[in-house]
Each structure stands twice: as structure tokens, then as C-alpha cells.
Design a protein around this ligand. Structure first.
Ligand code: FES
Ligand code: FE2
Length: 441
């Protein structure tokens, strides 16, 4: 069949083999439409953090499946998710990414709405028929019915009858807990400073790359080389943070085999023992860390502090759209635009109650990793785009992800462990097939 036809459920199942994926999973606009319907339209999707809509009237614009939505805070403190569309004649309402306003005004005929989506005023009300009912939900901005928050993280789903959010998140709540537990006040705030970048490639490529431990040695070799040539501790301004971080991407066989990969139900994956050096790692010598640890001990006691700081997990992928790094106070959000275009929002957290220097280190980490001047993520994006170019060609249908297939270990809970493995991609695609074919099952 050609790529114009909607694939059947059986065909979708056939796209994923134990060791291969069909290129149509990335290159077919019809597959993308089904993903918007069955994955981004049916699962719980992370949209925003509560700290982005702190005050009544605050709003944040983002996407849920194929729709643009506004996450808002109503006057009573409640959070709403509204379709960014005027019920009058359908105009797109809000064009800015965030802001604060007691009323959302449509630019076309100036209907105005409260942050919960209800209609507040219409100009020249006397010219509307008597039957026109301001209180009728048909005249309100349409709400997304199911919105839930987990420790500050706002999720929503278009599913009329969704499974519980906690069931979908599974064990990954522990990394959201860990991030909050790293704050002496038990809460985090998303920093104002964030980057959004767009690449010409499928959304899944970013999640796969975030779990791909083999590429750094090759893709990031130029910055690894520069970091190796630079003298140690030459940079006073960042306590050598940037150099150590760049150098960490230079793996040998030993490191490849030393990184533990974990795959869970619903496509969630993470790796341990990745960035094991540098100023963001627990240490007793560093004065900033020492002050920070004292604050944690005062808040939670010694045992809990040791337990919290010992969680060494990198690129926690909460499928299908979050990459969370608790230790580095970072998050990346994948926002699919089309089968070959993706937005990535790169953000950084402030640990409430922690020394400012901890935040500054997190910002530096973020900038080194993924700013427009980054020597790391720009290389990744080059690869994601080249892969998409290859997948868009029809001369060969299959791509391989067999590395580690025979050496992965599965325990009785179904969790998979691996080293030197492409297991995370297999785990992600297992969830992908389940979600894409669920209705039929
Ligand atoms: S389209 Fe919004 S007020 Fe007319
Ligand atoms: Fe990379």
C-alpha cells in the first residue's frame, strides 16, 4: 500500500518487529494523524507546571495533540485547559506564549472570556436575540474535561474515559518526587528562562536519542575533543562545570557497559550512572553543595537527604513527551507538529529554598546542553534531521534497533534492564504499538 492510505491496525502491528521498525512509523503523515488521535489524544499528556500559572489570570499556551490549548488559572485558584479557539466564529484567540489577564479577549469581535472559559461580555449585547444565552457552554471557550496535577506537573487528556493518571505514570512518579524532594521547601518552580527549538524530524527521534547511549562518543566528539584539550580547572567562572560536562560525552567501552538502562511499562525509560562527575553531583568538598545539603538535612533529616541525593538517573523519559533530569533540574518537552517537524521546549527548575548557586548551575547546564549556542544539542539535531531525510526515502523500508536484544534482562514485573543496548527504543515502540492499536484490542 502507498503512504496516502490510513494504515490498518494489523499494518501498524506489523510496523514493529522485535529488532526492526518500519520507516512509515516516522515518515507517514497518516501514521502521524493516528498518533495524534490515539497517543496524544488518548493518553495523559504533560502540558505545563503549576508555577507557570501561579496567579489568577495567568495563562500558558501550548499544544495537546493537534490542538492549541491555553492552561489557565481561574480566580478561584482552579486550573483549566481551554481550546485556543473562540466559540463565536472560530478565531484563534491567543497569540502569545504566556501572560496574565483577568479576561481573555477575542481579537475579532471582542467577546471576552473568564480564565475558566465562561463568556463574560459580548459587545452590543442588545442586538443578540433573546435566545442567546451567555451561560450556555456552546458560547464558552471549550474546556478539556480531564485535567490532573501530580506534584506541580499539570497533565490533561482528551480521552472521555481515561485510565488513572497514576496508572499511566507508573513508577515514574518517583522521579517527579525526587525532583521535588531535592528542594528544601519540597517544591520546584519552572524558571522563566527556557529555550524552544524546532527540528525537521519526527517526535520519536528525540526520545530515542535521549535514550541512546552510543551516539555521544561519535556525535559529540568535537566538543569532547575541545574539552580534553582545555586545561583542567582553567575556568574559574563556572568551577570547570562546562568542561567536565562536555568531556563526559566521550565514552569508551567501559562507560558503555557501565550505564544501566531501564525500560518500564507504558514506554518509560531511564539510564543510571551517566553524568557521574561535575558540580551537580553530590560532594562534601564543594561549599555550595555543603550549604545546600545542610538545608536538606534541616528539612528532611540526614537519612532522607542521602537517599534523595543518591538517585542518579539521567534522561528519565516519561512517555510520550517528557524528558526529566531531577539531579540537573532540567526538563525537555517534545511537542509534535507534523510527522517531520517537532518542537522541543528546554526548561530548568529552581529548587525552592536552595542556594541561588544551585539554580545558576542548572541554568549553565541547560545552556551548555541545549541553548542555540550549545555544542551538544546542535549536534544531536543535525543527526535527527539526517535520520529523517533517510527515513523519508522509500528505497529501504526497515531500520534496525537490535543491539542488546539477546542480553536484556526482564524481571517478573516486566521491567527490562540492559547495558550497551537499544532496549529503550524497543520499550518505547512496544508502548507505541499498544497505544496505537488499543481500540481495536
Ligand atoms: S470570532 Fe471571536 S468574537 Fe467573533
Ligand atoms: Fe546527544
Amino acid at each position: 500500500m502507498d503512504m496516502q492510505e490510513i494504515p490498518t491496525t494489523d499494518e501498524i502491528r506489523d510496523f514493529v518487529r522485535p529488532h526492526q521498525v518500519h520507516r512509515r512509523a516516522y515518515a507517514d503523515p497518516e501514521v502521524f494523524k493516528l498518533e495524534m488521535e490515539r497517543i496524544f489524544g488518548r493518553m495523559w499528556i504533560y502540558l505545563a507546571h503549576e508555577s507557570q500559572v501561579k496567579e489568577p489570570g495567568a495563562f500558558f499556551r501550548t499544544r495537546l495533540a493537534q490542538y492549541e490549548v491555553l492552561v489557565t488559572r481561574h480566580t478561584d485558584g482552579e486550573i483549566y485547559v481551554l481550546h485556543n479557539r473562540c466559540p463565536h466564529r472560530g478565531a484563534r484567540m491567543c497569540m502569545v506564549d504566556k501572560g496574565k489577564s483577568q479576561l481573555l479577549n477575542c481579537p475579532y469581535h471582542a467577546w471576552s472570556f473568564r480564565p475558566d472559559g465562561t463568556l463574560s461580555t459580548v459587545p452590543h449585547k442588545q442586538s443578540y436575540p433573546e435566545s442567546f444565552d451567555m451561560a450556555d457552554p456552546i458560547n464558552h471557550m471549550q474546556r478539556v474535561k480531564h485535567v490532573q496535577t501530580y506534584r506541580g506537573f499539570i497533565f490533561a487528556t482528551l480521552n472521555e474515559d481515561p485510565a488513572p493518571l497514576l496508572e499511566q505514570l507508573g513508577e515514574m512518579t518517583d522521579i517527579i518526587d525526587n525532583l521535588n524532594d531535592r528542594a528544601p521547601e519540597g517544591e520546584v518552580e519552572l524558571s522563566e528562562s527556557s529555550f524552544t527549538l524546532e527540528y525537521k524530524g519526527n517526535w520519536k527521534l528525540h526520545l530515542e536519542n535521549a535514550a541512546d547511549i552510543f551516539h555521544p562518543t561519535f556525535v559529540h566528539s568535537s566538543s569532547v575533543g575541545a574539552a580534553r584539550r582545555a586545561p583542567q580547572n582553567a575556568s574559574k567562572i563556572d568551577s570547570d562545570q562546562t568542561r567536565v560536562m562536555l568531556e563526559a560525552n566521550g565514552f569508551g567501552v567501559q562507560q558503555w557497559e557501565g550505564i544501566q538502562l531501564k525500560g518500564l511499562a507504558n514506554g518509560h525509560t531511564y539510564m543510571s550512572n551517566f553524568y557521574s562527575k561535575g558540580v551537580m553531583v553530590d560532594s562534601d568538598e564543594d561549599p555550595v553543595m555543603a550549604e545546600y545539603k545542610q538545608q536538606l538535612v534541616a528539612a528532611y533529616g540526614k537519612e532522607k537527604t542521602i537517599e534523595t541525593l543518591s538517585v542518579d538517573r539521567f534522561n528519565n523519559i516519561i512517555y510520550p513527551n517528557m524528558v526529566l533530569n531531577a539531579q540537573h533540574q532540567q526538563m525537555r518537552i517534545t511537542i509534535p507538529l507534523s510527522h517531520d517537524r517537532t518542537l522541543v521546549r528546554v526548561q530548568c527548575f529552581r529548587l525552592k529554598g536552595a542556594p541561588d548557586a544551585m539554580y545558576h548551575r542548572a541554568v549553565r547546564f541547560l545552556s551548555t546542553l541545549a541553548s542555540p549556542a550549545s555544542m551538544i544539542f546542535s549536534d544531536d539535531v543535525e543527526m535527527l534531521e539526517r535520520v529523517q531525510v533517510g527515513l523519508d526515502r522509500d528505497d529501504s523500508p526497515w531500520v534496525d534497533f537490535s543491539r542488546g536484544l539477546d542480553i536484556d534482562q526482564t524481571d517478573d514485573t516486566g521491567a527490562v534492564s540492559g547495558v550497551a543496548s537499544e532496549m529503550p527504543m524497543r520499550v518505547q515502540f512496544k508502548a507505541w504499538v499498544e497505544m496505537m492499536t488499543r481500540e481495536a484490542a
